[in-house]
Design a binder for this molecule. Structure first.
Ligand code: COA
Length: 282
């Protein structure tokens, strides 16, 4: 496992990136504004994701928030009111740049991503949460689709993400009532993988990241992009796409993981695929 330890400041100060032992801890850093997503965070997150994708010291990305918040969603002043009153093209550019990191880049990021939901998580923060591959929450974190409470619908792409991730009754209940719920409930409805006590959160996320780092990164990348694309395809198109994707993954995999896996299981009998991974050190 990579044991580099380095600290990088992405942009100025609204996003902090700290790479430790392969894990890039990406922290939204406006605690005084509950990490509400403003134009600075949009810009710095795009820069951070660009840098991390190219940085071999980063194997897994964890997104979290400074202080007692994950994120209070889009910034009502700097993301909505001020741009709404300005030039429409500037506003449109901001919304596109936001979609770029919150959805297009994050969902298809070439490395595994985990949301570590430490506290408040509202509105647009659901997009960040759902764009991450996996999520673990503080059981006392507070979640809410609060848009209805202040007179807008969950736009950006939040409603689409919520519709993909939650059951219809549950999604509409929270979209239409804006009722807050805690981390335990978020785990119950499948919005996060687990909810744990606050003092165990970082250790649990680290353990999950370490599990992911033991897997073949090329196959992980193909598996997650395959998942996202087939959700929108017909059955026949999915079968065709997955067959081509599988060939692509084998062709591009420098480890030739499938050959190693078969050899170690069938010939050497040194591991059980059902119980863990093949030996990647060979
Ligand atoms: N946009 C802009 N500013 C925000 C914000 C947001 N989404 N969320 C919090 N802030 C600001 C507050 O205006 C306040 O700024 P100020 O100190 O200059 O007055 C500061 O952050 C602290 O917020 P406050 O409400 O005092 O903190 P709290 O701990 O009592 O409550 C929340 C935290 C998250 C419950 C509350 O701030 C809130 O409801 N935020 C809006 C959540 C929301 O609806 N998000 C959806 C946006 S799409």
């Amino acid at each position: 496992m990579n044991s580099t330890s380095q600290t990088t400041q992405a942009g100025q100060k609204s996003v902090l990136v700290d790479i430790q032992d392969g894990i890039a801890w990406v922290c939204l850093n406006r605690p005084e504004k509950r990490n509400a997503i403003n134009p600075a965070i949009v810009r710095e997150m795009n820069e951070a994701l660009d840098a991390l994708e190219m940085d071999d010291a980063c194997k897994v990305v964890v997104i979290t928030g400074a202080g007692d918040s994950f994120s209070a969603g889009q910034d009502l002043k700097e993301y909505f009111r001020e741009p709404d009153a300005g030039h429409p093209v500037t506003r449109e550019r901001l919304h596109k740049a936001n979609a770029q990191w919150q959805w297009r880049r994050m969902m298809h990021f070439s490395k595994p991503t985990i949301a570590m939901v430490n506290g408040w998580c509202f509105g647009g923060a659901f997009q960040v949460l759902l764009a991450c591959d996996l999520a673990i929450a503080n059981e006392k974190a507070t979640f809410g689709l609060s848009e209805i409470n202040w007179g807008i619908i969950p736009a950006g792409i939040v409603t689409k993400s919520v519709a993909m991730a939650m059951m219809q009754r549950t999604a509409l209940y929270y979209i239409m009532t804006g009722e807050p719920f805690d981390g335990r409930r978020a785990a119950e409805i499948g919005l996060v993988n687990f909810a744990v006590p606050a003092d165990e959160l970082k250790a649990r996320v680290t353990k999950l990241a370490q599990t992911l780092m033991q897997k073949n990164p090329h196959v992980l990348r193909a598996a997650k992009s395959g998942y996202h694309y087939v959700r929108e395809m017909s059955w026949d198109a999915s079968a065709e796409y997955l067959s081509a994707k599988s060939d692509q993954a084998k062709f591009r995999d420098p480890e030739q993981g499938d050959q190693q896996g078969m050899k170690q299981f069938l010939d050497e009998k040194t591991f059980r695929p059902g119980l863990g991974g093949y030996d990647r050190s060979r």
